[in-house]
Design a protein around this ligand. Sequence first.
Ligand code: PBG
Length: 326
Amino acid sequence: MAFPAQRPRRLRTTPAMRRLVAETDLAPRHLVLPMFVKEDASEPVPIASMPGVVQHTRDSLRKAAAEAAGAGVGGLMLFGVPAVRDARGSAGADPDGVLNVALRDVKAEIGDATVLMADTCLDEFTDHGHCGVLDDRGRVDNDATLAIYAEMGVAQAESGADLLGPSGMMDGQVGVIRDALDAAGFPDTGILAYTAKYSSAFYGPFREAVESQLRGDRKTYQQDGANLREALRELALDLEEGADMVMVKPAMAYLDVLRSVADVADVPVAAYQVSGEYAMIEAAAANGWIDRDRAVLETVTGIRRAGADIVLTYWATEIAARLGEN
Ligand code: PBG
C-alpha cells in the first residue's frame, strides 16, 4: 500500500467538498448586534476606537435596527448613553430614560422581526461609572443595587424588551429580576444572564462608546481571568435563579470557558465578541496587516465552534448581509 494511506486533504480539495464537510455553521440568526443610543444627539457620533460603530440618535437607531432585522440578525442588544447621570443611575429605571425610550422606538419600528434585548446595568447611568450603587465607604453595594436592577428590568419589559441582559455581575441579580418581572406581569420576558463576565482590558472601547465615568476597575464584581471553575459555579447559580440563556464574555480570551459552559448548560449559550476584539481587528486591518473580512468570519466562526449558539458582535449586520449574498 502506498504511503500515506490516510489523506485528510481529500476533504479539502474543492469549495464544494469543504462546504459539504463543514462542521460549524454561521447564519444571520446566530448573530446579535449591540447598539448604542445617545440622548439628545442630533447626528450619529462616531466612536473613534470602534471605526464603523456610532452612538445613534433615536432616528438613526431605528434605521439601523430595521437594517439589521432586514439582514436577518437574531437580535439587537441596546445600550443607552444618558445626558445626565447621578449616583443611583436613576435614568435607567425612568420610563423616559434614553434606553427605555429607545426600546419603545425600536419595538415600534421592527415589532417581532428580531429579538429585542436591553442591557440591564447601571454603569452607563451612574456618575461614578460603577455597575451598582455605592455604600458610604465607596464600595459597590450588592443588595442595594439589586433593588434598582429589579425596577430597571420592569421598566425595560414595559418598554418592549423581549430579553434582559443583566451585565453587572451582582450576586442574585437574575433571581431578583425574575421575581420582579413575574410580579409585574411579565412572565414571558426572558433573561440572558451574563454568567461569566470577566474583568477585561478588552472593554476599553466600550467605555468610550458609553462615555463611562469609571475611575478604577470592576474587580470586586467581575470575574478574575485566572478562573474557570468559578464560571461553572456562576452558571449553576444563574440557572437556579431562572436564567433563560447564559453568556460568556469576552469571547476570544475565554474560549475554553465558553466550551466548558456549553458542555454542561441546558439552555442556549451566547458569547460576546467585545469592543476590544472588534477594535483590534479593525486597527490591524486599517494598517493593512490582516485581511479584515477573513479575520471577521474566522473569529466569529471560532466562537461558534467553541460552543456559542449565539454571538454578540458589532459586525452582526455586515456578516448577515455577506452570508445572505452567498
Ligand atoms: C456593562 C457592560 C460592559 C460591556 C457590556 N456591558 C462594560 C464593562 O463591563 O465595563 C462591554 C461590552 C464591550 O466591550 O463590547 N454594562
